[in-house]
Write a new protein. Structure first.
Length: 262
């Protein structure tokens, strides 16, 4: 048995070394362009499939989970408070912070890779429009309020987010929930492509602390006290026609993110 084990390692290690050498150019080709610390609130939704497909590039298709916490979700609406934004040398970018909301779709690209597609968004910072994916609208109005009641048991938190664009697009969410015990995930790389020009993409290397407040599939303890959400107007009207369903309410306490580009 020991001889076989040594033979296996002897044959495996050169192969591993060769594979690492082959992979090295792809790793070296990635350039860090930005880092940020963020707080987020993510809604997983099921929206009209036909309306969503009209916003996808040719040859791309939705990749909807059939099980787990993201089951049946074909769209994510992600509210983001970028607490710090720094360039590759660590210097602040712009004002050093901002807020936005963007829409992402889990998709399969023409090569069969499972990635995320950014199809829209509204950003507080005019300099961030149309943004790295070419799809952000500048906000005509934007508000974000957080209230934490720490003298209660359990601790209660309220978040109010409103983003509107001059062309009529609007996202508004109000939620009060009980804070729970959040899970810290592993560092992971996710590729985000532009719906406007799918050849453009970023790699988001991120780690997050996630607290799932409500989920219709995994059915954790429901800690949402009150909730309302509106998506409407302009380019997004067909996605939010009144038949959309929220499937998961995810409070992301913090997210440590690096943005890499090829």
């Amino acid at each position: 048995m020991s001889v076989r084990r040594l033979d296996f390692r002897a044959s495996f290690l050169p192969a591993l070394g060769a594979s690492l050498l082959l992979a090295a150019p792809a790793i070296q080709a990635q350039t860090l362009v930005e880092s940020s610390m963020e707080a987020r609130f993510q809604l997983d939704l099921a929206v009209p499939q036909a309306a969503l497909e009209r916003m996808l590039p040719a040859g791309w298709r939705t990749n909807v989970a059939t099980q787990g916490p993201a089951k049946d979700a074909n769209l994510r609406v992600i509210f983001i408070e970028r607490l710090t934004i720094n360039d590759a040398e660590g210097r602040p970018v712009g004002d050093g912070s901002s807020s936005l909301v963007y829409l992402t779709v889990p998709v399969t690209d023409p090569d069969g890779q499972n990635v995320q597609l950014v199809i829209g968004g509204i950003t507080e910072d005019p300099a961030d429009a149309p943004g790295p994916f070419g799809v952000y609208l500048p906000a005509a109005t934007h508000t974000l309020h957080r209230i934490v009641s720490s003298g209660t048991t359990p601790i209660l938190e309220t978040q109010d987010w409103v983003f509107t664009a001059a062309s009529g697009e609007r996202f508004e969410m109000h939620i009060t929930f009980e804070r729970g015990v959040a899970n810290r995930g592993a560092v992971r790389d996710t590729r985000f492509h532009s719906a406007k020009d799918p050849s453009k993409y970023e790699i988001s290397r991120q780690q997050q602390v996630l607290d799932i407040l409500r989920n219709v599939t995994t059915n954790p303890q429901d800690r949402v006290r009150s909730f309302s959400f509106t998506g409407s107007g302009g380019a997004y009207a067909a996605l939010f026609d009144g038949t959309e369903r929220v499937l998961s309410w995810d409070n992301i306490l913090w997210l440590d993110r690096e943005v890499l580009r090829p």
